[in-house]
Ligand binder design. Structure first.
Ligand SMILES: [Zn+2]
Length: 247
């Protein structure tokens, strides 16, 4: 099925979601990854959780048990007291070895254009953690074009636009990535012809694949695997880019 390609899912969730009641453990996720022949995944907490430290510990334990299969990402509410936010970010980066910070504007109403959001991007940059932001549902703060401002303010910080804005705002990700070399696009939830449109306009070095949920793993990976594009492009999207960004 995967014809020698290695597959990296840059959008997997682990833990317990308060908003949906969904639970995802490492072993069930690994079985889904094996069934889809996915080699490695970036584990991200669900957007709304009971206790963010506990969710981070859960992810760190999964990474510790399966270091060849998982990397970890942090997600914490931007309106926590700033000292608490910074302390947990330090713990995630320095103690737990996480490789990214997720922002969920559909549940965490942080205005990325406001200077009030600077601390989050500065903190991520300080710890060398790329920021992955959910885009699409949850407008206006999840609109892809809004991340042009922090991307320009923090040019050394990679910012990944998760879900590529969804099909409705997909064109905004092309605009944002065209004007900011540090903006990346994660392609989950798009139609294949949307992915083609993005590939035609954005350098392949800045594209990533993701599933969001295990039931979408095979579909999301196959969308890229079966496209009529250069093998080299597939290799970058499915493996080389995420390896470089998240380890
Ligand atoms: Zn997600």
């Amino acid at each position: 099925m995967k014809d020698g390609f290695q597959l990296y899912d840059t959008h997997a969730h682990l833990g317990q979601a308060r908003h949906s009641g969904r639970r995802q453990d490492a072993d069930t996720l690994l079985r889904a990854m094996d069934a889809a022949q996915v080699d490695r995944a970036l584990l991200i907490p669900f957007p709304v959780v009971e206790d963010y430290r506990r969710e981070h510990d859960l992810i760190a334990a999964a990474v510790h048990r399966y270091p060849d299969r998982f990397a970890g990402a942090a997600c914490l509410h931007p309106f926590l007291p700033e000292d608490d936010f910074r302390a947990e970010m330090r713990r995630c980066a320095e103690v737990l070895g996480f490789r990214a910070l997720k922002l969920q504007p559909q549940y965490q109403a942080l205005n990325p254009v406001s200077p009030r959001s600077d601390f989050l991007f500065a903190c991520a940059l300080e710890h060398r953690l790329p920021v992955i932001v959910h885009t699409g549902s949850g407008a206006p703060f999840s609109l892809p074009s809004l991340y042009i401002m922090p991307a320009r303010k923090f040019p050394e910080l990679p910012i990944v636009l998760g879900h590529a804005g969804g099909s409705v705002y997909m064109l905004e990700t092309i605009v944002a990535a065209s004007v900011c070399p540090n903006i990346y696009i994660e392609l989950s939830s798009l139609m294949p012809h949307h992915i083609h449109e993005i590939i035609n306009r954005v350098p392949a070095e800045r594209l990533l694949a993701g599933s969001d949920l295990p039931e979408s793993l095979i579909t999301e990976m196959h969308k890229v695997l079966t496209m009529d594009i250069a093998e080299e492009t597939k290799r970058k999207i499915l493996w080389e880019n995420p390896r470089a960004l998240f380890g």
